[in-house]
Write a protein that binds this ligand. Sequence first.
Ligand code: F6R
Ligand code: MG
Ligand code: MG
Length: 368
Amino acid sequence: MKTTISVIKADIGSIGGHICPSARLMETVDNYLSEHGSDLLSDRYVSYTGDDIAIVSTHQRGANNERIHKLCWEAFMAGTEVAKSQGLYGAGQDLLKDSFAGNVRGMGPAVAELEFEERPNEPFLFFAADKTDPGAYNFPLYMAFADPMNTPGLMLSPSMAEGFRFVIMDVNYTEGDRVIDLNAPEDLYSIATLLRDPERYVVESIWSRGAREQSVAVSTSRLHNIAGKYTGKDDPVMLVRVQKDFPATGEVLAPFAIGHYVAGSMRGSHQMPLMPVPLNSGISYFDGPPVVSCAAFAMHQGKMTEPVDAFAHPFWDTVRKQVSKKAIGMRQQGFFGAAMLPMSELEYTGIVEKLDVLDKRFTVRRSV
Ligand code: F6R
Ligand code: MG
Ligand code: MG
């Protein structure tokens, strides 16, 4: 019997603007799942990262299962009522449709799911990021699965010798899922060519070519494509099975020590470094910096151990200090150049509207 891990995540309201959900909101979502999900789920873990609540569930019903998705959608609906009653900011913000239609994909919440035959021991990592978008994982995934400078397992481990298959999605395409399969190492330059543009090309999944098993699933939804306008950053979640045929936990975590620049932060319109934070952390400086959390689990027959907080270790305190310095450094140049996103990615229309007005006032000086 295959096990499925489903992560379904949504922003349904938060305290103090976009900082974090309230304790009552968290309790409401969790209680809803325990009251209505006990016959459906093998296990669950509910946490928040910034203003987003993620439900990690395990079950035997496969990916895209209507009952699992409906359960999570309704838990978020129940939470939204509490968010409204407490006056939380952006109550129900990510629930973009009025009624549930078979599957939460395309309805607002982010989804990442893995379905597999469990190994005798099954270590996996659950990542959640806030104030950024799904391309934020492009860089660490490239490093962990394609670069022996980061991942010695690519040289040392015979079971990783054949490399990995990257499935990359063109998230600008809205008629359906436009994807390409590329193999590391032989397609390395093609993979790099796509992943350098993280607002358009996003890693959706990664597979071991030797074991033909899936390691990675990333949520790829872009809310503005669903709503037809910006409704907030997409705040992606990711599942990564680790060890044996896959990179080791430390190889997957290592690239996050760089604090690479990602799209997001204030008004979803800036470039800021991604800070690894402990589980259930909120947001602060300049509506950011963008944050990522990681819960490590072991699992047996769908039962998860308690989560281990991978970024709570003292090592990451130094990283957080460095990322803070990078964030302050970038903010010193205000709106100039690399500090802000290109026009196509700005979360507000003000600049485009002003440019339209100004454009009419330009004159062409006649040459003498
Ligand atoms: C993501 C997030 C941001 C906001 C954006 C605009 O969690 O909170 O992407 O959606 O900063 O926020 P407003 O316009 O509500 O200040
Ligand atoms: Mg938000
Ligand atoms: Mg968010």
